[in-house]
Write a protein of this length. Structure first.
Length: 261
């Protein structure tokens, strides 16, 4: 379900409402920045770098204002040592899919905002700003119904992770290519794809918000070995994940368990 970006008085917001609002507002800011810099003829790297930084500073400042006692783990910021002793840690990716953001006309980039409460991802939102939509954990998203003969597996624009090759061959999947992790995960939620599997290159902020939203919609979420995804570990590296429709999870995990990684 696409979250309503409107919210009550900021002081009365739930964590999920806060996540949705900030992901939406950061996305709107990025759309404006991208348009302004592109119109001025800025180099692609300038568009990308400025987008990363302006979204990061906006999110961190807003989270500190709204939840001053909470720690923040952001891709673009220094590690906040408070997170190692905190049960409330916001995990954000200010601009997921920086390369796609730097390409005029591409829509497959995102903003991620999620909250880890020490046990689970208790709130999260993924904004797809170029499409003007935000998916959040509150209200619970509605998983699209799909009917097709062959599953669709969504993978990177530039590479095929070994895990994706394994699952695609085992389940006889059609392949779909897309940019950011957030865009891929939300493609499964809305029914454009059925499986998103990745290995060999990812951090906690790449997957936290997409996993929170996907789980709220009832999708299967796990590591590729079937173990739970655990966040706020000291090492931010969390290199693999599987997000898929539940009816495909057993077959996908079985295929992955037989492969050599």
């Amino acid at each position: 379900m696409i979250a309503d970006a409107t919210s009550p008085d900021p002081g009365q917001e739930t964590d999920a409402q806060l996540a949705a609002r900030l992901a939406t507002q950061a996305g709107q800011l990025l759309v404006e920045v991208r348009s302004h810099l592109t119109d001025r003829g800025a180099a692609r790297w300038q568009v990308m770098d400025h987008g990363d930084q302006i979204s990061h500073h906006f999110l961190v400042e807003q989270l500190h204002a709204a939840r001053p006692e909470d720690a923040v783990l952001s891709e673009e910021g220094l590690d906040d040592p408070r997170r190692f002793g905190s049960d409330r840690v916001w995990i954000v990716d200010p601009l997921d899919g920086t390369n796609e953001f730097g390409e005029p006309g591409r829509h497959d980039w995102a903003v991620h905002v999620a909250l880890w409460d020490g046990v689970r991802l208790s709130a999260g939102a993924v904004s797809l700003p170029a499409l003007a939509v935000t998916f959040a954990t509150e209200p619970e998203p509605v998983l699209a119904e799909v009917q097709r003969e062959r599953p669709r597996l969504i993978t990177s624009r530039t590479r095929n992770p070994y895990s994706a090759v394994v699952v695609a061959q085992a389940l006889d999947c059609d392949a779909v290519r897309l940019g950011s992790a957030g865009a891929k995960a939300m493609a499964v939620l809305v029914g454009d794809a059925d499986i998103y599997v990745h290995d060999g290159g990812m951090y906690q902020w790449d997957s936290a918000a997409p996993v929170a939203v996907a789980a709220a919609a009832g999708l299967h979420v796990s590591r590729i070995d079937g173990s739970p995804l655990v966040y706020n570990e000291r090492d931010p590296w969390l290199p693999d994940l599987l997000i898929c429709r539940r009816e495909l999870a057993g077959r996908a995990l079985d295929a992955l368990s037989r492969a050599s990684f």
